[in-house]
Design a protein around this ligand. Structure first.
Ligand SMILES: NC(=O)c1ccc[n+]([C@@H]2O[C@H](COP(=O)([O-])OP(=O)(O)OC[C@H]3O[C@@H](n4cnc5c(N)ncnc54)[C@H](O)[C@@H]3O)[C@@H](O)[C@H]2O)c1
Length: 347
């Protein structure tokens, strides 16, 4: 049997063929469709291995046909070593046989699926007509968030801030010239969030940071809080959560990893799938503050892996690799080892 290998180059070619807006839109549709059949999935909070510098996590999920897992890390100080903060890869397998069908890069794919999930949440929770977004944290994820909100939700003005001016320089360089998108560089988070309909925080710092405090909130804002995703790594002051209605992906995981970790165990939250199926309301009024406490859930990677595998297949991309031995007699695994190594047979 063969497993199909998808590299970052393959993902870039898929995006080149279809255009980023279309890929983001298809990702959002795929993730939404899977969240709407929430009950069909075997779910578990991700398994984390913590260290002084970061975390390495495994994220499994399955329905009756397909199983996926993602390996992902989060090391905020990696930039100093010339490495990305977040790196990922994953597998899509057949449940019926356990055969791994696809082995894929998931670093680029994670950035796209995270942005698509943010838009999925904001579509249900932000005020209709939200056109101005603050984007706090202008690192690796930021262009994806910016473009997903521009193309998917009609955001026309981005108010940018990062403690590292070079990160904002890079973001501005990439987004300058996007038709209909206005970029406003701000001197602080407080300045950036002023007048914003949506506030996206996508910072990386291994501590309980306070990017957004209650005094910065304005009535009706939607917060898309992406960077607080690990024990001891948060972005929102607890008072922000207390002042808002809070929406999560998978509650057992977000209680441990999200900004929600700062709140009492009985603090009420709503899982997004319930809003997407109509089982629970989204935004209730034009003045309430809503928070999507995003941490990233395995189901988003399951949806993304399936879509990328399909698009790669349609474009003839991906390389078959021998990840699993294929002995003519499935019981003769030792024979595979001997093939081409007659000295072993002698020994
Ligand atoms: N929720 C999810 O599904 C999901 C998915 C991917 C990444 N993430 C998280 O998103 C965050 C960003 O990831 P990335 O790959 O862009 O990381 P990155 O290191 O490339 O960028 C992070 C940026 O945040 C900036 N920053 C740090 N502290 C700040 C502060 N106080 N104010 C303003 N800016 C600040 C840094 O200067 C940097 O430019 C990480 O914390 C990562 O773990 C979450």
């Amino acid at each position: 049997m063969h497993t199909t290998l998808l590299t970052p180059h393959d993902i870039a070619r898929i995006v080149a063929a279809h255009g980023l807006p279309a890929v983001l839109q298809r990702l959002e549709a795929a993730i939404t469709a899977d969240f709407r059949r929430w009950g069909e999935f075997d779910k578990v909070a991700r398994v984390a291995a913590h260290s002084a510098t970061g975390v390495i996590e495994l994220m499994p999920v399955a329905d009756a046909q397909r199983y996926s897992f993602k390996y992902v890390n989060g090391h905020p100080s990696n930039g100093r070593l010339g490495l990305p903060t977040v790196m990922a890869f994953g597998v899509l397998a057949d449940v019926a046989t356990g055969a791994p069908r696809v082995l894929s890069e998931l670093t680029l794919t994670t950035a796209m699926r995270t942005a698509a999930t943010s838009v999925m949440a904001a579509r249900a929770l932000a005020r209709p007509g939200s056109g101005v977004m603050a984007l706090i944290g202008n690192g690796a994820q930021s262009e994806f968030q910016a473009l997903a909100f521009h193309h998917g939700l009609g955001v026309h003005t981005l108010r940018l801030f990062d403690t590292d001016a070079a990160a904002t320089d890079k973001l501005v360089r990439h987004l300058s010239g996007v038709p209909g998108l206005r970029l406003v560089r701000c001197a602080s988070t407080a300045e950036a969030v002023r007048g914003a309909d949506i506030v996206t925080t996508v910072t990386a710092d291994k501590r309980n940071a306070v990017i957004i405090s209650p005094d910065l909130l304005q009535p009706g804002q939607h917060l898309n809080a992406v960077g607080g995703d690990c024990p001891g790594k948060t972005e929102l002051h607890p008072g922000v959560l207390a002042a808002a209605r809070v929406f999560v992906e998978y509650e057992p995981q977000t209680r441990i990893e999200g900004d929600l970790q700062q709140m009492p165990a009985d603090f009420a939250v709503t899982e997004l799938w319930r809003v997407l199926t109509g089982a629970a309301p989204g935004r209730l009024s034009a003045s309430e503050v809503t928070v999507f406490d995003s941490v990233g859930f395995a189901l988003e990677d399951f949806s993304a892996l399936g879509l990328m595998a399909q698009l790669a297949d349609e474009l003839g991309l991906g390389r078959p690799i021998d990840l699993i031995p294929s002995p003519a007699d499935p019981k003769d695994l030792f024979g595979e080892l001997l093939a081409g190594q007659p000295q072993l047979r002698a020994a």
